[in-house]
Design a protein around this ligand. Structure first.
Ligand SMILES: *Cc1c(COP(=O)(O)O)cnc(C)c1O
Length: 441
């Protein structure tokens, strides 16, 4: 063994980590930094009307980009499979306690990585392959994970879908009851992605009780409204409640599972880890905790109320400007616009509106005759616009702008009316400048 003293200065120089610790993204990876910069500009300069999107706070972004990215914390607070979890425990415990307080329930699992995984965890906990569950049909506004044939939920289980009535375009509770009696599902799911009416949780509870089903609410789209008191709570009616955290709730991209009865605690926690996931995304758990704190602030009630008020104003403005709203209006943050009478497809409308700096998505309407790649409608939502500060006046204007672009498409076909689209872009720019996104970032 050599007895020569180690030359530490030479060793540090030879393994210089200066860039690793000091380079910001713009220096380390200009291509990715440029794309992020352009994405920020896009979010600033266009009006976001996608009903499932929002604009998270700077604090949420900071937590999501934090050093918890480095940490493995398999297990749950106080029962981890790794050392060094003291602060991971602090973060996860805060997230759990805040989620419980926010939604008024006894138990919470804040580890699901996404909305799809939270629902998979409920299936894993309560069903065996081949078992029957009921959910809202995708064509009526349900979610992929509620039994679509292309999703695991549709491939591994026997799915009985309920839909909306042709006449009212709202959920027909008699149909739900009849199908439940006939199929005896183990789980009935309420909640969806493109349904603009209030969910009648007590009515679902009565049906679930009658047939002995577990009642699951997937409140992903409306959880911000529930948190802010602008939509009835699924508790105490539903046994298990799942939610994404990045939609109206305005947190990081992720999922949570909530419940009241202790009997679900072990199966649900075991299903998330080790059933489906390994190490939780602790940086995202931290960001969820931050978002829950924000949603517990009294100002969030005002935010939730304004989301609904703005959605009503947008729907009314669209109708006044000649567009039909599915089911005749909205009770929540979202709406489906039926473009059939204008002979414009959802696909062309999405593209035309994007050219005019209005971002939304094409969406099938109930009993749509066009394919899911074309569709006869668009889905609109107000959570993101409400976050940047738009009120009723701004959303009435946005309704008018959308109608102008659609009329241009009706007149000229898919390429639209360039003059109208330019004029709309200018008015969008005025609105965006008055209500800046991430100023100073
Ligand atoms: C968005 C959504 C999901 C899935 O969320 P991902 O995070 O995209 O996997 C699940 N259920 C409903 C009702 C949703 O709206």
């Amino acid at each position: 063994m050599s007895t020569a003293p180690v030359d530490f200065a030479a060793r540090t120089a030879a393994h210089s980590m200066d860039g690793f610790w000091k380079d910001d993204l713009a220096h380390a990876d200009p291509e990715i930094a440029a794309a992020i910069g352009k994405e920020l500009a896009r979010q600033r300069d266009k009006i976001e009307l996608i009903a499932s999107e929002n604009i998270a706070s700077r604090a949420v972004l900071e937590a999501a980009g934090s050093v918890f990215t480095n940490k493995y914390a398999e297990g749950y607070p106080g029962k981890r499979y790794y050392g060094g979890c003291d602060y991971a425990d602090v973060v996860e415990t805060l997230a759990i306690e805040r989620a419980k307080q926010l939604f008024g329930c006894n138990f919470a699992n804040v580890q699901p990585n996404s909305g799809s995984q939270m629902n998979q965890a409920v299936f894993l906990a309560l069903l065996n392959p081949g078992d029957t569950f009921m959910g809202l049909d995708l064509n009526s506004g349900g979610h992929l994970t509620h039994g679509s044939p292309v999703n695991m939920s549709g491939k591994w289980f026997n799915v009985v879908s309920y839909g909306v009535a042709r006449e009212t375009e709202t959920i027909d509770m008699d149909e739900v009851a009849a199908k439940a009696r006939e199929s005896k599902p183990k789980i009935i799911i309420c909640g969806g992605t493109a349904y603009s009416r209030t969910w009648d949780f007590p009515a679902f509870r009565a049906i679930a009780d009658e047939v002995g089903a577990v009642l699951l609410c997937d409140m992903s789209h409306i959880s911000g409204l529930v948190a802010g008191g602008a939509h009835p709570s699924p508790f105490p009616h539903c046994d298990i409640v799942t939610s994404t955290t990045h939609k109206s709730l305005r947190g990081p991209r992720s999922g949570i599972i909530l419940w009241n009865d202790e009997k679900y605690t072990k199966p649900l926690n075991m299903a998330v880890f080790p059933g489906l996931q390994g190490g939780p995304l602790m940086h995202i758990v931290a960001a969820k905790a931050v978002a829950f704190k924000e949603a517990l602030d009294p100002s969030f009630r005002d935010y939730a109320r304004r989301i609904v008020e703005n959605a009503r104003a947008l729907a009314a403005s669209l109708e006044e400007n000649g567009l039909r709203i599915v089911s005749g209006g909205t009770d929540n943050h979202s709406m489906l616009v039926d473009l059939t009478a204008k002979n414009v497809t959802g696909k062309d409308a999405e593209k035309g509106l994007d050219r005019a700096f209005l971002t939304c998505n094409k969406n099938g309407i109930p009993y749509d005759t066009r394919s899911p790649f074309v569709t006869s409608g668009i889905r609109l939502g107000t959570p993101a616009g409400t976050t940047r500060g738009f009120g009723v006046e701004e959303f009435r204007t946005i309704g008018k702008l959308i109608a102008e672009v659609v009329d241009g498409l009706a007149k000229n076909g898919p390429e639209g009316d360039a003059q109208i689209e330019e004029s709309v872009r200018q008015r969008v720019a005025t609105l965006c400048a008055a209500f800046p996104v991430y100023p100073g970032m």
